[in-house]
Write a protein that binds this ligand. Sequence first.
Ligand code: XMP
Length: 420
Amino acid sequence: MKQTPETVILLNFGCKDIQKFARAIRDRHIYTMVMPYTVPAERVMQESPVGLIVCADKEVPARPEARAKFDALKLPTLDLSTGLGEVDAAVRFCREKCGCTGRWTLENFIDEAVADIRNQVGDRKVVLGLSGGVDSSVVAALIHKAVGKQLTCVFVNHGLLRKNEPEMVQEIFARNFDMNLCYVDASDRFLDKLKGVSDPEQKRKVIGKEFIEVFAEAAAKVDAPFLGQGTIYPDILESIPLDGNPNGVIKSHHNVGGLPKNMKFKLVEPVERLFKDEVRAVGRMLGLPSELIDRHPFPGPSLGVRHVGAIERNTLAMLREADAIVTEELIKAGWYHKTWQTFAIFVPVKTVGIKNQQRSYEYVIAIRSINSVDAVTAQVVRLPWELLETMMERIVREVDGVNRVVYDITAKPPGTIEWE
Ligand code: XMP
């Protein structure tokens, strides 16, 4: 989707901060795109760029042989092959050498995205899987703004959601958008399939496969030719290998590859060129509340990967309760927005303790709090001791079956953020 005629392309010759840099230039109302140095020159020209910026770190030489094909385009080019330097200098180049007037704003983006969706969809129907996460919620709001009741959102409850989450998501979309929302409570189906499954990868597979089946069944009823998707720009950038070597991929862009073959959808991906914080800003402009927009990232398999070992309904309920307490106390103490993710984990180990002046033999809950910029590495947050104590006291008092709370002090690496 083309949003503005004033596109400046950052050519990535091996530069770890390139996404941040591209994002920072956008803050100055100049639209940037990032492409690997291996991109064919014709692909660059498809975007009708007004200028190019060659980006590399010191350690990584900006390969002269690859430069030649871009030089041949005769576009204004800024050479940052010895390091990115100040954003100001790049912005000056865009204004003075490329003639950018600074028309890129998220308000303009919304207007153009809405027009594009209307063009693409016409009077036909769109179906969208709503997870309650930021990206799918913003896409729902955007497509709804464009085509209203032609959009049906399918919200699958796989039984692994957080406390009050199904109610909250339905309430927000019903109240704010008067949206066609198909809620499928498939908890029993998922939890039955997960019975006795303790291997982390197997759990993910069961959840993923079941999810696709339930979603496909609900989507088939809508009979829509279009499928909305919450793909965002980093999903795309991180799935393009810089030098054609697939080992360089940070993560694979997971799209609808798993949907049954007879469901032939055309995709509507209106935020595929936005960075995460731009997606959040668009969501706010469209009226989505902060409780949805500013939430911590939450994995697709949800509480399933925070419950170590086989999932039982009673132990899952312990985790859900403990997680709600951790979040509530974190918000109350003003720490929610100071951490990237903070959550509870159920540990299927029983230890001896004393509850109500009697011996108890109950389960363990772990608390994990991390900060990160990209989830690729993470540092442990030193939450105030008093806050941890409050969480611990409430968990052992209010969650039946738990008598011990521990704090995870493992960074990533060597740990991952989630326990499974
Ligand atoms: P890990 O555990 O790999 O997590 O350090 C990195 C980030 O990704 C999130 N995560 C997932 N998100 N589906 C998702 O949508 C998943 O299967 C999944 N696994 C982990 C995790 O919460 C963290 O932010």
